[in-house]
Design a protein around this ligand. Structure first.
Ligand code: 1YM
Length: 643
């Protein structure tokens, strides 16, 4: 869509074209915001907030406020320059109206300059307008308050006009909108936690920027984020429950041409690495060239330092990438004028030139840090060398497992009831809590495609154990052997023997504990399996409703009430609360939880890796106090942990 074509039309025909553009967004919202689920709903907020963030990055805005109104409206307010109010030369309308009604407007209008947050300045504003029941813009500029209101997916009620005066030095933009329930049919309710997590992240990533979140609905909450230390404070927060092993959080930043890079890191006692990278404030869970450059430099510089100081002897094996990343918490934030995103989910930075730039900026500062802080340097090298020794030990243990696995087939297959099919795409494995439920599951399964592995002992908490110790745990060894992928350096997802891994536990505290232990294991050691969407939780029903000859199983109270409402007033029914899995017979278990045509599975996804990391280290880490607090305040969240 070229703007030039529009200008040639008359005023009226160009208005019609504009509305056709917005109508296209309403017809295929998925193309513009991905989905119309809760995630898409929240996407609207990010589109508007991005404009404020851009204004902050341009150096004109210090405060952003996001308010969730009583009726699930959203107000975003910033103290930037205010959207330009003059007539736009190409559309003949005000720039405000242009940005809010012309698709892909924004950057092209802004008078040059790239924008570093989500994309081009203002690009998303018209999409938000198109998907809103109504939207209002207020601009504070030159002593005036300008106002324009749009209804029914972007139709202006009137031109931009001055409705009030304000003090001369007040500037900024305020946008309020109400998402259209005809588009967002699943939900129009904003989730405070989702808003809070992302806004906090944006505040970490943009040091000195104050972001306030206010909930005006029933249990009104308020949070304020302002981090003068930026991502250094982010690392501090992430390591809070993980026992850091040195005091200084290393903070590195530099710029080369238009590309800037900031890295902060600190090691902790754990055995995992938590590296989160961002490009223009967008999370890049698939990594990319910025992350590769930093990783490469970290391994090289630590090896060089360890060798030159004699900590690593000449006949020692060099430290591997895994060794130097053990216990590492790191944030990488890159700002790029023209990022190219690749990968399955388009969250991997592809620009090749960034690799070398990131390597150079990071290695120079890291070298200086090590030389200036020999005590901390020694702690870091010691940690990596311990990891290297454990790696060698784990390799031996793994070889042992493999051999044992082969020799000990009877023992192994005594536990696993495998399925007949060798086709992984149709095969499923149920990890079942307890022997008695395991027994019912084995009887109730479809033995062609469904394997059952009853879990007897406790699953080891891998948050507190390194690979070698995890491998000495019988339950974990069995799981690894059953999956077929191997683990650690040998992990190969193409060898996965089941494309559905289904955790089947009771809906009680013990059940959720086992579920979290298994998820921790998968998240830390089999992360690609989780990312690829192979992990599910079975959802056994909570109630059985019997009336006449009909038996109906329902998952929760809401579904129960909904079903009962359909029965009519004169129907006699009985409700039984289902006890544990172990008390269902094979037929019942099959009917409610296993039969692929009747069951309900919940896919476990990692929506937000930072949050999942936080949840796991709070829940499973060394320190008891945060765990207790967390479980007490998040009892239901743990049940529904979407990790
Ligand atoms: C609550 C949402 O949109 N703030 C905002 C947007 C803009 C500006 C300032 C701005 C940008 C520029 C010059 C520039 C936008 N301007 C444009 C466009 N908050 C919110 N604050 N003056 C003001 O980029 O040169 C698009 S968005 F295109 F007109 F410049």
């Amino acid at each position: 869509m070229e703007m030039e074509e529009k200008v040639e039309g008359t005023y009226d025909s160009s208005s019609i074209q504009v509305l056709e553009g917005l109508e296209a967004v309403r017809k295929r919202p998925g193309m513009y915001i991905g989905t119309t689920s809760s995630r898409g709903l929240h996407h609207l907020v990010w589109e508007i907030v991005d404009n404020s963030i851009d204004e902050a990055l341009a150096g004109y805005c210090d405060d952003i406020e996001v308010i969730v109104g009583k009726e699930n409206t959203i107000t975003v307010r910033d103290d930037g320059r205010g959207v330009p109010v003059g007539i736009h030369p190409k559309t003949g309308k005000s720039t405000v109206e242009t940005i809010y009604t012309v698709l892909h407007a924004g950057g092209k209008f802004g008078g040059g300059g790239y924008k570093v947050s989500g994309g081009l300045h203002g690009v998303g504003a018209s999409v938000v307008n198109a998907l809103s029941e109504w939207l209002e813009v207020r601009v504070f500029k030159e002593g005036n308050v300008y106002f324009q209101r749009f209804v029914n997916g972007g139709h202006p009620e009137a031109d931009l006009m001055i409705i009030d005066q304000c003090s001369d030095d007040r500037t900024g933009t305020t946008v309020t909108f109400k998402p259209d329930p005809e588009i967002f049919t699943e939900t129009t309710v904003f989730d405070y936690e989702i808003l809070k997590n992302r806004l906090r992240e944006l505040a970490f990533l943009n040091k000195g920027l104050r972001i306030i979140l206010i909930d005006e609905r029933e249990d009104g909450r308020r949070d304020e984020f302002l981090y003068e230390g930026g991502i250094r404070e982010y690392v501090h927060m992430l390591n809070e429950n993980k026992s850091p092993i040195h005091n200084t959080i290393v903070d590195v930043s530099g710029k080369d041409k238009d590309i800037s890079l900031e890295v902060a890191f600190q090691y902790n006692e754990s055995y995992n690495s938590s590296i989160y990278s961002f490009v223009n404030n967008i999370n890049t869970p698939e990594g990319g060239t910025h992350e590769e450059g930093v990783r490469r430099a970290l391994t090289r510089v630590l090896n060089k330092y360890a060798t030159s100081t004699g900590l690593l002897k000449s006949n020692d094996e060099p430290l591997t990438g895994d060794d130097v990343r053990e216990g590492l918490t790191m944030i990488i934030s890159c700002k790029h004028p023209d990022p190219q995103f690749e990968g399955q989910t388009k969250t991997k930075l592809g620009n090749a030139e960034v690799r070398g730039i990131a390597d150079k900026i990071f290695s120079e500062t890291l070298e200086r840090f090590l030389l200036e802080n020999p005590d901390e340097a020694k702690i870091i090298i010691d940690k990596a060398m311990t990891a290297a020794r454990a790696r060698v030990a784990a390799k031996k243990a793994r070889e042992l497992t493999r051999r044992k696995g082969d020799l000990d087939i009877t023992n192994f297959y005594g536990k696993l009831s495998d399925c007949k099919s060798k086709d992984a795409t149709v095969s499923e494995i149920f990890l079942v809590e307890g022997d008695s439920a395991g027994g019912s599951a084995i009887k109730g399964r479809d033995s062609m495609t469904q394997a059952v592995l009853p879990l007897r002992g406790k699953i080891l908490n891998v948050e507190k154990a390194r690979l070698d110790r995890a491998l000495s745990n019988e339950e974990i060894r069995t799981i690894i052997t059953a999956f077929g992928t191997g683990i650690g350096e040998e992990f190969d997802i193409s060898k996965l023997r089941y494309h559905k891994i289904i955790i089947m536990t009771d809906a009680d505290v013990d059940g959720s504990h086992i579920r979290v232990l298994l998820l921790t294991l998968f998240y830390r050691f089999f992360r690609p399996i989780v990312d690829a969407g192979h992990v599910y939780a079975a959802q056994p029903p909570l109630y059985r409703i019997t009336h006449g000859k009909t038996r109906k199983y329902v998952l929760d109270d809401a579904e129960r009430d909904e079903y009962l409402a359909t029965l009519g007033p004169n129907v006699k029914y009985e409700i039984a609360r289902m006890k544990g899995l172990g008390e269902m017979d094979a037929e019942e278990l099959n009917e409610t939880t296993m039969d692929i045509n009747k069951r309900v599975l919940r896919k476990i996804t990692v929506e937000d890796a930072v949050q999942a990391d936080e949840v796991f280290s709070k829940l499973m880490g060394e320190e008891v106090e945060p765990r207790r607090n967390f479980i007490e305040t998040n009892a239901t969240y743990v049940q529904n942990l979407d990790i």
